[in-house]
Ligand binder design. Structure first.
Ligand code: GLN
Ligand code: ZN
Length: 778
């Protein structure tokens, strides 16, 4: 590989600066308000369209004013861009067709959210981000059509502003690989139906869309293929090659830019490099940085356009401009034209650091949200085109920001570092093996067979939310707020005792969110006021930022757990969020390995576990719902991840006495990829989602020889439906076929915070009745 100096040897004449996408909601979350207003009937369709058009226009003008020379269009969605793609391709599920034909907008929202009678599309995570998309449902009978109306309209809006605009579409391979067989298709009708087999039928629809975009004036169209950064079979790579051969061979088309992001392209790189398309977009940040070597090894893409993602589009740190210029300088020798861009759509980061008035300005300068990243992109493009002299001031400010971050007491706390460095393997191992611990725990807890428990939260009622709002607004003081929390805990404990639950919880009424609550109490974590990021549809979250070395100034949960325990003679389970989940639902440091950050969080949580235990807590649950979703996209990276992930969990929990029982919880039913890792956690009890899959998890764990206690959920908490005692009995009997009675727990699938009290009460009564019935049969 050639090494280049920060100053490119031959300044490229026309370096473009561009982006794959931008936050959609508007500076004041106007789109969220308009869409939700429309759902409630307060906003008319025309007003919604006007708001959206205004937000798009303002964003494009902002991007152009910031120095982007080509703006993306087609990315500003009312709900989700994958759903938009399904609409564009006519892939509307049968059950939604009539509604969609009657009123496209209402039909669109019905697909996204469902109606009283019709189920929505399934929603799932967009790769390993915290954005969720709506899963296309395809079957052997799916006929694709081209309905590029929204894409055309957006392109024309941007073009009418005099901007160079580039429509961005989800590419055909990614679209098919993200799809699932439509319900009812897989079994009898078409066994093992694979959406990718629809490629031949899909390509003409893309061809028609491309032709229309060209006719509207688009010079370039971007096709996003992030699915190609995952491990793909030769058949899938062959399909990608064929798709781009065919699209490339079209005569009536714009220039094609095939975009990838989130990881390296690996074996898909030569496939795309050889395709008859005019450009590629590659991610050169973080774990995708290997793309640079791979591109060099492949001989580059001479004569083609390379959109170089050198600004991390999914994290919040200022770019190292000098390093990016070096990368860009190298890339100049590997492509016909090099343009600068963030690595992926900026949809994954908040809009503007400047809105964060409460952040220490010394720390705020380390951060870059979408606006700052756009400016960095433009700066890099100018530097690449005209030499670093023209961006000297920006480079100096950037150097100072990076130095401030590296040298800050926040990012280097000697006490935290010394402690983390001194961790030994023994610290992450319980003193006794499970078999011996379990005897001690049985003796201490004295639980019946098939013990009943819940996952932690009880309904987060309107009163609780109002109490929090009252506290924030100063309508009540801290003492008044705490009294409301205490009253809620009394109610929750009283209900559980009366119902006959064996291991109680305090109900988590004091927690706004299972990550934010802890982030607010740990040093080294930052919170934002306006750092909203789209999770799905109109749901936005404000992920906290792991900015510095992590420590715990004081206990975080002991007070409420002890209060709850003081109200009852039954064991009350302590409740913590595990280190992997704390990382997964936050923005993470990029200046040290993830495992190092996880270890710091684990040590802080370990202190909390110790304090809970010292306060008399005999059962402590450490939730890790994110263990699986954080799994790296490439199998080759997974062992290293699972190594630090499981170690950090054990470091959190392993310091307890043998007779203190450690629980963990994960809420998904498909966990085949992490089965071994679950074993490695060495928790005494694990609860998992299982109600909908009829205890499939229990069978899988048993099949893998899992030796510990398991609580496969018997109550599906995702719906207000109350399970009958008989249903729960049937599920427990099913569970007993896989897991022996002395190791089977009885619990819901997940926490109850989204449920109402009425259904919660009856459901838990049924759950206890079922446990009693089945105990009789033992
Ligand atoms: N203890 C948490 C609760 O009960 C767990 C939530 C989760 O798994 N997502 O709400
Ligand atoms: Zn859960």
């Amino acid at each position: 590989m050639t090494t280049a100096s920060a100053t490119p040897p031959t300044p490229a004449p026309a370096v473009r600066a561009t982006a794959h996408g931008y936050p959609r909601q508007g500076p004041q979350r106007e789109l969220k308000k308009a869409v939700e207003g429309y759902w409630k009937g307060r906003v008319q369709a025309a007003e919604l369209h006007d708001t959206a058009a205004r937000l798009r226009r303002e964003a494009w003008l902002e991007l152009a004013a910031a120095g982007l020379t080509e703006v993306p269009t087609g990315q500003f969605s009312y709900y989700d861009h994958v759903l938009d793609t399904s609409v564009m391709l006519g892939a509307v599920p049968e059950r939604h067709r009539a509604a969609h034909e009657a009123d496209p907008l209402d039909g669109y929202f019905a697909m996204a959210r469902g109606t009283q009678d019709v189920a929505p599309l399934e929603m799932t995570k967009w790769f390993d981000t915290n954005y969720h998309y709506l899963v296309p449902e395809l079957g052997p009978g799916t006929a694709f059509t081209a309905d590029p109306g929204a894409q055309l309209a957006q392109y024309r809006e941007a073009a009418a502003l005099g901007l160079a605009a580039r429509p961005v579409l989800v590419g055909p391979i990614t679209y098919l690989l993200l799809a699932k067989p439509a319900p009812g298709v897989a079994p009898g009708v078409a066994p093992g139906f694979e959406p990718l087999t629809l490629l031949d039928r899909l390509l003409p629809a893309y061809a028609a869309v491309l032709a229309e975009l060209k006719a509207a004036g688009a010079e370039w169209v971007q096709l996003d293929e992030p699915a190609l950064v995952q491990d793909r079979t030769p058949a899938e790579l062959g399909a990608a090659a064929r798709a781009y051969r065919e699209l490339g061979a079209l005569t009536d088309r714009p220039k094609l830019l095939v975009a990838s992001y989130f990881d390296r392209l690996g074996e898909a790189l030569p496939v795309l490099a050889a395709a008859p398309v005019e450009g590629l977009a590659l991610d050169f940040t973080g774990r995708a940085a290997r793309n640079l070597e791979d591109l060099a090894a492949a001989g580059g893409i001479p004569g083609k356009r390379l959109v170089a993602g050198v600004v991390d589009g999914r994290n919040v740190w200022v770019n190292d401009l000098k390093r990016s210029l070096t990368t860009l300088g190298t890339l100049l020798g590997l492509a016909g034209q090099v343009d600068v861009a963030p690595s992926c759509s900026l949809l994954h980061v908040p809009l503007d650091v400047a809105a964060e008035r409460d952040l220490d300005p010394q720390v705020a300068r380390w951060l870059a949200f979408a606006r700052q990243k756009t400016a960095e992109t433009a700066t890099l493009a100018r530097g690449l085109a005209a030499g670093t002299g023209v961006i000297a001031a920006e480079l100096a400010a950037n150097r100072a920001a990076l130095a401030s971050r590296a040298g800050s007491a926040l990012t280097r706390d000697p006490a935290v570092r010394a402690r983390a460095a001194a961790v030994s393997a023994a610290d992450a191992r319980r003193a006794l093996p499970y078999a011996e611990r379990s005897l001690a725990q049985r003796a201490r807890l004295g639980l019946p067979p098939l013990p009943t428990t819940t996952i932690g939260s009880f309904p987060q009622t309107a009163e609780l939310r109002a109490a929090r709002a009252d506290l924030r607004a100063g309508r009540i003081d801290a003492a008044g707020y705490e009294e409301r929390i205490a009253a809620e805990i009394r109610e929750v404990i009283g209900f559980q005792e009366k119902t006959g639950i064996d291991v109680l919880v305090h109900g988590e009424p004091e927690r706004n969110d299972m990550v934010q609550y802890f982030a607010e109490r740990l040093s080294g974590y930052l919170a934002t006021q306006h750092g909203w990021v789209q999770s799905y549809g109109t749901r936005y979250v404000r992920p906290p930022i792991l900015a510095g070395d992590i420590s715990r100034p004081q206990p975080m949960t002991v007070r409420w757990t002890s209060y709850a325990q003081s109200l009852t003679g039954l064991p009350v389970k302590g409740m913590l969020t595990g280190p992997v989940t704390m990382l997964a639902w936050s923005f993470v440091r990029d200046d040290q390995p993830l495992g190092d950050t996880a270890r710091q969080v684990a040590l802080a949580l370990r202190d909390e576990v110790a304090d809970l235990e010292a306060a008399g807590t005999s059962v402590i649950q450490v939730d890790e719902p994110a263990l699986r979703e954080t799994l790296p996209l490439r199998a080759a990276d997974r062992a290293a991840y699972l190594e630090w992930a499981t170690e950090s969990f054990r470091l959190t929990t392993a310091g307890v006495r043998p007779d203190t029982q450690i629980h963990t919880h994960m809420c998904y039913a498909e966990f085949g990829d992490v089965l071994r890792a679950i074993e490695e956690l060495d928790a005494d009890v694990i609860s998992l989602e299982a109600a909908r899959s009829h205890m499939q998890v229990a069978r899988e764990l048993a099949g893998a020889g899992y030796p510990r206690e398991v609580g496969p959920g018997v109550y599906d908490i995702h719906s207000p439906r109350v399970p009958s005692t008989e249903e729960a009995v049937a599920l427990l009997r099913e569970g007993l076929r896989a897991i022996p009675a002395e190791r089977l727990w009885v619990n819901p699938d997940c926490g109850l915070k989204t449920r109402g009290w009425a259904e919660t009460r009856t459901s838990l009564e049924h759950l206890v009745a079922a446990a009693r019935t089945v105990r009789e049969e033992l």
